[in-house]
Design a protein around this ligand. Structure first.
Ligand SMILES: [Mg+2]
Length: 231
């Protein structure tokens, strides 16, 4: 697909989930696959992930264009970082309240990012509702802050940025502009990018709806796309 621009989620799309993000195993050959896909598209490949930029680079092995933290932090093809959001949901009082709660909820992990706070409950699904109730109380009445249901996690974040807007932003940049966007993602946070790709006349794919639900199927499809151009 040499005329396409490729946008890829990481966790649940190219990588299998692990109990914590730090425990994810990068499949053999993934960095080489991404490099080959980017090369075949004149560099028009971007990662759109909830991870921080450092975490993304640790997985991909190279500083690809990327929208990190669900698009709050975008890095263009020249390596320049763009940060359109000026407010933050990473507030000390909220961090403290979440830490206090996590201390009483074994298996719950609190992650602090530049703009967001994430309460992970993959290891303790029963605590999900109570965590959500706490978060709803913390952010009640606070303008421009929202809670995003991520995969076995709640993310408190500034409102107004999502993967769809990140995709739209990249499509105005070299070398993406003028190409047809193709996005692959797996969860609710990816639906905005799926819709954005379709709105631009492109293709938005969901790992569960359009593949067999496995990251292996996505990687195999991408490997074929290196060898034989296809949408
Ligand atoms: Mg994902």
């Amino acid at each position: 697909m040499p005329t396409h621009a490729l946008f890829l989620d990481l966790d649940g799309t190219l990588l299998d989930f692990a109990p914590t993000p730090a425990e994810v195993v990068v499949p053999d050959g993934l960095p080489a696959l991404l490099a080959a896909l980017a090369s075949a598209r004149n560099g028009a490949l971007a990662i759109l992930s909830g991870r921080t930029m450092d975490d993304i680079d640790g997985v991909t092995g190279a500083p690809f264009p990327a929208g990190a933290e669900h698009g709050f932090v975008c890095r263009d093809s020249a390596g320049v970082i763009h940060q359109p959001i000026t407010t933050t949901a990473n507030r000390p009082a909220w961090r403290q309240a979440l830490d206090d709660a996590a201390a009483t909820m074994p298996g719950v992990a609190i992650e602090q990012k530049r703009y967001t706070l994430v309460a992970h409950f993959r290891r303790a699904p029963d605590h999900g509702p109570a965590l959500r109730a706490l978060i709803d109380r913390l952010i009640a009445g606070v303008p421009d802050i929202e809670v995003l249901p991520a995969n076995m996690a709640w993310e408190i974040r500034p409102a107004g940025a999502d993967k769809g807007r990140a995709l739209d932003w990249f499509m105005q940049q070299t070398p993406f502009a003028g190409r047809v966007p193709v996005f692959v993602g797996d969860d609710t946070t990816d639906e905005a990018a799926i819709a954005a790709a379709k709105a631009q006349g492109g293709i938005g794919l969901n790992v569960h709806r359009d593949f067999d639900g496995t990251t292996n199927a996505v990687r195999a499809w991408l490997a074929r796309a290196v060898a034989e151009p296809q949408p």
